[in-house]
Design a protein around this ligand. Structure first.
Ligand code: HEC
Ligand code: HEC
Length: 253
């Protein structure tokens, strides 16, 4: 009898010990921290304040202008790429999308080779850097229903007029090259120079689908000076702006 229990115990230890050594006992929180140290801290800093060794990266644009983008400071709890209204925290899916796809026109790489579970664990770790995550619930996501007429010539024309009326050109320039009169002294929430970049290169940070462009006007890019137009423009008007932005980007005929 005793021996059977002994055998059972020995086999249990045999199963559990190697798992513990292989990291099988690592908690989700430990995993998130480990992935952060291994893959993210070099830019985002050990403390998540954006002061890693690779603090910023310079990219020269075709026009010769230099884009400098700093890694996000997670202690502020302010994020650009959300599907939630301006001023809100992003959803976990928003963060997962950023970590999976990276951010084009910046040094933020794609991490699609890290298994999804670990990407989710590192996201949970990012959320420990700002008290906002404990104090606030993420807001409701914005509704996205693309009309069939997006990118038609009539819609592009309407979008052009709205781009003018809403003074998008003051920052983005009439030709969409990012050199409007206000573009020279724009600062982000951290007091660093920020530029509304050149649409004519055909690339955007969030991605170039009509839905992604629409989300940018609707939610704003918090921390950057790029405002939200959810209250000042009707849904329909924002879709006309999508058409015109696509035209400036060379994505329509
Ligand atoms: C080589 C540098 C670099 C590394 C490594 C890096 N990042 Fe980033 N990350 C950036 C930069 C630069 C930005 C800001 C881009 C911008 O604002 O356009 C950023 C922004 C972000 C954002 C903010 C997105 C938003 O909506 O504002 C998240 C979230 C993020 N990174 C997560 C991660 C995670 C998680 C890792 C590790 C798995 C990681 N990053 C590794 C450079 C890096
Ligand atoms: C006060 C200046 C300012 C005004 C006004 C402004 N923007 Fe922006 N916009 C910016 C800045 C700065 C960025 C770049 C932020 C970054 O790189 O993180 C940006 C980025 C964008 C992007 C790119 C998003 C991406 O995924 O990369 C689009 C599209 C855009 N703006 C459209 C518009 C439209 C349309 C209007 C008018 C309805 C407008 N902006 C008004 C400053 C402004």
């Amino acid at each position: 009898m005793l021996c059977r229990i002994c055998l059972l115990l020995i086999s249990l230890i045999g199963i559990l010990l190697p798992q513990a050594y292989a990291g099988g006992m690592e908690t989700k929180a430990d995993q998130g921290k480990r992935i952060f140290q291994e893959y993210c801290a070099v830019c985002h800093g050990e403390k998540g304040d954006g002061n890693g060794q690779v603090c910023f990266v310079r990219n020269r644009e075709k026009s010769g202008r230099v884009l400098v983008t700093y890694p996000r400071d997670f202690t502020a709890g302010s994020f650009k790429f959300r599907t939630t209204p301006t001023g809100c925290l992003p959803t976990d899916d928003d963060l997962l999308k950023t970590v999976t796809n990276g951010i084009s026109k910046s040094s933020m790489p794609t991490f699609k080779d890290i298994p999804t579970e670990l990407r989710k664990a590192v996201i949970a770790h990012i959320k420990t850097f700002s008290p906002r995550w404990k104090e606030e619930e993420p807001c409701k996501t914005v509704r996205i229903a693309m009309p069939a007429w997006v990118a038609t010539p009539a819609s592009i024309d309407k979008g052009k007029a709205i781009f003018k009326d809403m003074k998008c050109w003051e920052c983005h320039g009439e030709d969409g090259k990012g050199s409007g009169p206000k573009s020279k002294d724009l600062k982000d929430d951290w007091g660093r120079t920020i530029v509304p970049f050149d649409f004519t290169t055909g690339k955007l940070k969030r991605g170039t689908s009509p839905e992604n462009i629409y989300i940018t006007f609707t939610t704003g890019l918090d921390g950057t000076g790029m405002p939200s137009y959810e209250d000042s423009l009707k849904d329909e008007e924002r879709w006309h702006l999508v058409s015109y932005t696509m035209k400036l980007m060379g994505l329509t005929k």
